[in-house]
Ligand binder design. Sequence first.
Ligand SMILES: Cc1cc2nc3c(=O)[nH]c(=O)nc-3n(C[C@H](O)[C@H](O)[C@H](O)COP(=O)(O)O)c2cc1C
Length: 264
Amino acid sequence: MKQFYIIALMLLAKISFAQNITETKSMPGAEVNKSTFSIVKTDDVLTTTSTTAIELTETVEEIQQEQVLLADLISLPLPVLKSSTSLEECILKRRSVRQFKNKDLTLEQISQLLWAGQGITDTKNKLKSAPSAGALYPIDLYVVTSKGVFSYTADGHKIARTLRADLRQGLSNACQGQTFIAEAGITIIITATLSKTTWRYGEKGIRFASLEAGHVAQNILLQAVPLKLNAIPVGQFNDKEVKALLELPTEQLPIYIIPIGYQK
Ligand SMILES: Cc1cc2nc3c(=O)[nH]c(=O)nc-3n(C[C@H](O)[C@H](O)[C@H](O)COP(=O)(O)O)c2cc1C
């Protein structure tokens, strides 16, 4: 009997959420605010999920997560600025792990990882979490998910869809067939626009961009520790294939790749 009530409750919550999001999304420019996320704009009308018996096993949270990654522009939840894991513990526990549970990450986790990599930490001067030579910021971040590819904008802490396909297998192929990349919940691609630093520093600007990618990567890798996620830095990939797969702008070069996912 108790089980029946729980299932009925989940069903009601699911229908009410699906209706809410569909009605609101059909209004252009509509804003949806949920406790854990908000959608600021999308040109797409999100589809409701059919309520079959099998789907009842999904949690409402998982459904919300799936729906929200279908949007084109997502305002990320604010990063959490306190944790019970010390920096020393993060350094101690960080390890390159090549095994992932094939499961989508939540928006909160994605938000936290992107903020650690390139989030704005000084709003007055628009300075970011990782140091940058001359504060020129040549680095851009992309997130490859099962629902498509998103680019991160630090100003406003949001992600915008650039591609709709699941490119994780293609990305794995472009990384010399490193299979674990296809299984990671997300992969963060760190790119650099060299002209942003070379106009001031000449040849040295190329080195600076690589160093900065390293700073960004380390922040992300350390942030994965308190989130209890596995992560690994990947440098072995075909630059041209990754650039073509992600349809990166001409001036952006992929420098470093970080698959991240739930521990197996
Ligand atoms: C620049 C760089 C590139 C790397 N590329 C790869 C890679 O393509 N594939 C891989 O499995 N590990 C890669 N790694 C991870 C190293 O294998 C790993 O850091 C090393 O074994 C030490 O282990 P630890 O990170 O757990 O301390 C890379 C590490 C660095 C710093």
